[in-house]
Design a protein around this ligand. Structure first.
Ligand SMILES: *[C@@H]1O[C@H](CO)[C@@H](O)[C@H](O)[C@H]1NC(C)=O
Ligand SMILES: *[C@@H]1O[C@H](CO)[C@@H](O)[C@H](O)[C@H]1NC(C)=O
Ligand SMILES: *[C@@H]1O[C@H](CO)[C@@H](O)[C@H](O)[C@H]1NC(C)=O
Ligand SMILES: *[C@@H]1O[C@H](CO)[C@@H](O)[C@H](O)[C@H]1NC(C)=O
Ligand SMILES: *[C@@H]1O[C@H](CO)[C@@H](O)[C@H](O)[C@H]1NC(C)=O
Ligand SMILES: *[C@@H]1O[C@H](CO)[C@@H](O)[C@H](O)[C@H]1NC(C)=O
Length: 289
């Protein structure tokens, strides 16, 4: 499953990044495949992946990190890159089907659904909104998903109170000499104190895209909080985003699970890029470079 999706990302990059030159140290630094062939390859990879969706709109494989939503996002990005609306109707249908298993894309069928899974649909919907001429249905899906993510994100109020509605432990307020505000929980399990790079990264990007789409300062504030959280709590010395940090004040608080996966840093870069382009804030621009 991951393979067709990755191919699409690479081919899309090649479609859009015409002016970008890869470093000469890359094995094949010059992409010579003609544009029409690249579009055909990307489309074929997408269609292979789409064939593996179940009737409920999810992939057959265990979906822990938003991979189904990522496919939806790539369908929209493919259309944006190629100036088509090939997947507009299909996406409209898929979003509707996924919504049947839980309000605001909240439920992937697991006992404790991953927040990243839900937010990946919002991220896709925000891209679909732009890809399809500001179709308001897609914007509403993005907004709905944002509210679900907000429900599991550490607000100033929750952090200063030291408790989080629905979570069965005392919240730690400060880790690494910085506030925990802006982090998003991994899943809905009331015992699980992991605040996660994936979920926080998706919430950052979704908030930034919504800030850009609506100009509502509420989304800008959320994006800024997520970005600050990721920089201060999850970035390692090389600025790579790590997996999780624990938030239970009474059980090894502030422990970082230091695994890294490219998706977490990738989401942070996408979020910072959208934020920097929207706010024109030089320090946000510098963070991403
Ligand atoms: C890349 O390939 C194209 C087509 O073969 C060629 O015209 C161009 O000079 C190449 N560019 C580099 C930087 O090698
Ligand atoms: C995109 O497609 C529309 C309608 O088919 C056309 O009017 C427009 O010029 C195209 N834009 C680009 C950048 O190709
Ligand atoms: C779903 O989204 C709507 C806003 O579109 C919000 O009012 C509602 O509280 C959300 N519900 C949940 C459970 O996230
Ligand atoms: C909350 O945690 C305590 C102790 O860890 C446990 O005994 C209790 O069952 C939990 N309650 C809920 C609602 O999960
Ligand atoms: C902690 O942060 C405060 C202000 O945010 C700063 O004044 C202080 O020096 C920091 N302490 C350490 C140990 O980094
Ligand atoms: C720019 O972003 C930085 C870092 O997030 C923030 O501290 C600063 O207040 C922002 N500047 C403006 C003018 O919004």
């Amino acid at each position: 499953m991951a393979i067709p999706v990755l191919v699409v990302v690479l081919v899309l990059t090649a479609i859009r990044g015409v002016a970008q030159v890869a470093p000469a140290s890359w094995r094949k630094s010059n992409i010579t495949t003609p544009l029409a062939e690249r579009v055909r390859l990307a489309g074929a990879a997408l269609d292979t992946a789409i064939d593996r969706l179940r009737i409920d709109g999810y992939f057959f494989t265990n979906d822990a990190t938003g991979i189904t939503g990522d496919l939806y996002a790539q369908m929209a990005l493919f259309d944006m890159a190629t100036n088509r609306s090939k997947y507009e109707n299909a996406l409209g249908q898929y979003f509707k089907v996924v919504l049947q298993s839980g309000v605001n894309f909240s439920n992937s069928g697991l006992t404790h659904p991953f927040i990243s899974d839900s937010l990946a649909f919002g991220h896709a919907a925000a891209h679909a909104y732009t890809a399809y001429g500001k179709n308001p249905t897609f914007l509403q899906y993005a907004v709905d998903s944002w509210w679900w993510g907000r429900e599991y994100t550490l607000s100033k109020q929750a952090v200063s109170a030291g408790k989080f509605p629905g979570m069965n432990f005392t919240l730690v307020k400060i880790c690494h000499n910085a506030s925990m505000v802006g982090g998003t929980f991994q899943n809905t399990d009331p015992q699980n104190s992991l605040v996660e790079g994936y979920a926080s990264g998706y919430f950052l990007v979704l908030s930034a895209l919504l800030a850009e789409a609506t100009a509502d300062p509420m989304y800008l504030q959320a994006a800024t909080e997520s970005s600050t959280f990721i920089q201060s709590q999850l970035s390692n010395v090389q600025k790579i985003v790590q997996a999780d940090i624990t938030a239970d004040a009474n059980s090894s608080p502030c422990s970082v699970i230091s695994d890294t996966d490219p998706t977490e840093s990738g989401l942070m870069f996408e979020g910072l890029a959208v934020l920097a382009s929207y706010t024109k804030n030089i320090s946000t621009q510098n963070l991403g470079s």
